[in-house]
Design a protein around this ligand. Structure first.
Ligand SMILES: [Zn+2]
Length: 302
């Protein structure tokens, strides 16, 4: 969770205090002050077009226009960009529900929900680093009221209905970053590709006896089996204590704030949690975080 000073927050609010200034900053961050025009290929300046959210090529014969909000979280919005920045700050400070955001900024629930969702997507898009060093892997179950149906022969989760728990697979690089994935099944078809994609070969992986991780050694990883919570294993450093602590914090957050999180949208909340984890560990400034979110390229899932 971010612990940003009111000085840092006020500095951002003072810097981004009008929609025109935010649009200008967005344009400059994406394209620079002088650029090669994609249409006429001249080295030109682009100037703001009055009454529009676009910038035009200063070459009179070209007059190409660029809309800096296109492809970002702001694309198509009718909400003030100042409000967007305020919401980004709110969501960086603490977990805030969509209902609270809607009330605070006098937005419809649907608008507030869309803004929060796009900010989460932007956070997810900034989580692409590969994990290395010492990584702890584990799974947990989230939410739900009904007990899991477990096929004892295979140890697999037998599909998920309303009220069932969600399965989350996690990979945590100590003191650095965390990746969490909402998965349908606790099997090797699901988990092996996630390990391959997100953990660098040669990494030491602390794992329990779950067979679904596959043969990590043959893939070039250095697996260490976590045996339990005895003080001996803790001293040797072979333990999954960090990811277990992350599970308990995540459960408190999600089950406390997002009681209504549906399985469909769980991944967005998991990404948001991983983003908090990363920015907290990296001590990144709030200003840098907001700027990165502003220019993040997002793809809206259908
Ligand atoms: Zn041009």
């Amino acid at each position: 969770m971010g612990t940003y000073s009111s000085i840092a927050i006020n500095a951002i609010k003072a810097r981004y205090n009008s929609d025109d200034i935010i649009l200008e900053a967005l344009f400059t961050m994406r394209y620079g002050t002088v650029m090669q025009c994609p249409k006429c290929n001249e080295e030109v300046k682009y100037r703001r077009i009055a009454e529009r959210k676009s910038y035009g090529c200063s070459n009179y014969e070209c007059r190409n226009q660029i809309y800096p909000m296109k492809g970002t979280i702001f694309e198509g919005t009718k909400t003030s960009l100042v409000t967007w920045i305020d919401i980004m700050i709110d969501l960086s400070k603490t977990y805030t529900s969509t209902l609270e955001i809607a009330g605070r900024y006098l937005l419809t629930y649907k608008t507030a929900w869309n803004i929060c969702r796009k900010i989460r997507l932007a956070k997810g898009s900034l989580l692409d680093e590969i994990l290395s060093g010492v990584v702890e892997i584990d799974e947990t179950f989230l939410g739900g009221k009904k007990k899991l149906e477990v096929d004892k022969g295979k140890g697999e989760h037998r599909g998920k209905g309303i009220g069932d728990k969600d399965i989350v697979f996690g990979m945590l690089q100590r003191k650095k970053r965390l990746r969490l994935f909402s998965i349908e099944h606790k099997n090797s078809e699901t988990m092996e590709p996630l390990i391959d994609k997100h953990i660098r070969t040669g990494t030491t992986i602390h794992r329990d006896g779950n067979a679904s991780y596959g043969d990590l050694e043959s893939k070039g990883y250095k697996p260490k089996l976590v045996k339990g919570k005895s003080s001996k294993t803790f001293l040797r450093g072979t333990h999954n204590n960090n990811i277990e602590a992350a599970w308990s914090r995540l459960k408190k957050k999600i089950e406390g704030t997002y009681v209504w999180v549906s399985s469909k949208h769980l991944q967005g909340y998991l990404d948001e949690y991983c983003f908090y984890y990363k920015t907290k560990k990296s001590m990144e400034s709030l200003r840098d975080i907001i700027d990165k979110l502003m220019i993040a390229n997002i793809k809206i899932p259908s």
